[in-house]
Write a protein that binds this ligand. Structure first.
Ligand code: FAD
Length: 400
């Protein structure tokens, strides 16, 4: 792989040419893009996935020794921007890249890094997140799944809920209670569980859309090797929070480069003109819609700059901080506003779920709009993120 000696623009030009040459035409829009973005592994989606994995661009900033490309943050950002411009995206993604990978990279043992990171970087394993329980969502530290020390292994019993893709996952990173007598935050540990272990049952939860993106997950006398504990015993809460910072940063990052759900709209003004018509001077005809689109675009621009600032602070300090709650909150809000504007601009055509009367882009828009509703719940709700901002960023007193 060429070394650009820190010349980000030279890297950018090279990345652009590579994407142009390697991104299959069918993935540039519509259904092909959606299939690939959903983790498609066959056909053109599989080809793109393989090419990106071989390039190390699934985890662009990770060291090459762990399957990454060893890019600087600036190069990775340029790569994200070039991907977005070309209508491309990182096909590997998922929780491996977004959350557990960076956490293992920072806090795992050398053996855990060697065992897991290369597979994550190539998207070979699907990961799921065993955090939420029926009685522990926002109040996550109330979790009850037990993990007992049995000498040569851990024994896990309990259940999780809303575990995305648990039925398809190879591994689960899981929060478990290892000391039931300690204060609730101090009796939690963080373990990696092989989903092929005996005693794990997943039950997909069916949504009104007919899709089943998440599961109930049950653990009955599941044996977990001792070496799968990440960090120290009963030190899991700190690791859980760190992982959430990575997750919130990475969930949100796609919006800054236009690669997230909000970005799928392309240019909102052009979209509105296509469906609603243009006034003299080439503006969106409807003045109310035009002003709301303009406000969203300005907010989006400011958000991109805030992302850069927080990214720079993160690079200068010790990685992501509680400020990731600001961007998670803002990203969720903008994505919801942007997808709402998108379907509104399309009029009745923005309501197509399936069928011949709607183009693939229109169907993608409707799906994206509904999917964005979950942005303010997953990875910690907007209210919970505002609480984090109030306490940990602004230093305001607890209202209780
Ligand atoms: C698409 C999607 C995917 C998900 N994937 C996973 C996954 O893979 N693994 C996993 O472990 N979990 C997952 N979750 C679960 C998610 O983390 C929880 O739904 C979320 O943390 C909220 O918990 P809850 O649903 O129990 O709601 P609750 O905690 O019961 O909250 C209900 C409402 O009360 C508000 N509220 C609660 N406490 C406070 C407070 N202190 N101050 C102000 N308001 C408050 C909340 O903001 C919310 O509006 C997923 C959720 C979604 C939507």
């Amino acid at each position: 792989m060429a070394d650009f000696g820190g010349d980000v623009e030279a890297f950018r030009a090279d990345a652009r040419a590579w994407i142009e040459e390697n991104l299959p035409q069918s993935l540039k829009s519509g259904a092909g893009r959606r299939a690939a973005a959903m983790g498609g592994r066959s056909g053109d989606a599989g080809v793109w996935r393989q090419r990106v994995a071989d390039k190390g661009w699934g985890a662009p900033t990770w060291p090459k020794a762990y399957g990454g490309a060893g890019l600087s943050r600036q190069e990775a950002r340029a790569l994200g921007e070039e991907m977005a411009k070309a209508g491309a995206f990182n096909p590997i993604g998922g929780l491996g890249i977004m959350s557990i990978g960076p956490t293992i990279l920072e806090l795992g043992t050398e053996a855990q890094k060697a065992r897991h990171l290369p597979h994550i970087a190539r998207g070979e394993y699907e990961w799921c997140q065993g955090y939420s329980e029926p009685g522990a969502g926002s109040d996550l530290a109330s979790l009850q799944t037990r993990c007992e020390d049995k000498g040569d292994h851990w024994l896990v019993n309990g259940s999780k809920i809303w575990t995305s893709v648990a039925n398809l996952a190879d591994w689960c990173f899981c929060l478990v209670r290892t000391d039931p007598h300690a204060k609730k935050h101090e009796g939690i540990s963080f373990v990696l569980i092989d989903m092929a272990s005996q005693g794990i049952e997943t039950r997909p939860i069916q949504l009104i859309s007919g899709e089943s993106p998440f599961c109930e997950t049950f653990f009955t006398d599941v044996k977990v090797p001792k070496e799968n504990l990440v960090g120290r015993l009963n030190g899991g809460w700190e690791i859980a929070k760190r992982l959430l910072q990575y997750e919130r940063q990475n969930i949100s990052a796609g919006f800054g480069t236009g690669g997230g759900a909000g970005g799928a709209a392309g240019d909102l003004s052009e979209l509105a003109k296509k469906y609603q018509g243009a006034a003299d001077g080439g503006m969106v005809a409807d003045p109310d819609l035009r002003s709301r689109i303009t406000r969203n675009k300005m907010d989006f621009q400011a958000f991109g700059l805030t992302l850069e600032r927080i990214g720079a602070e993160s690079r200068a300090g010790n990685g992501p901080s509680a400020a990731t709650s600001i961007i998670k909150y803002a990203a969720a809000t903008f994505a919801q506003e942007r997808t709402e504007l998108m379907v509104e601009a399309m009029g009745a055509q923005g309501l197509g779920w399936e069928g011949d009367g709607f183009s693939p882009d229109e169907i993608t828009a409707t799906h994206g709009w509904l999917r964005a509703k979950a942005n303010s719940i997953e990875g910690g709700t907007s209210e919970v993120n505002l609480n984090v901002v109030s306490k940990r960023v602004l230093g305001l007193p607890d209202p209780k």
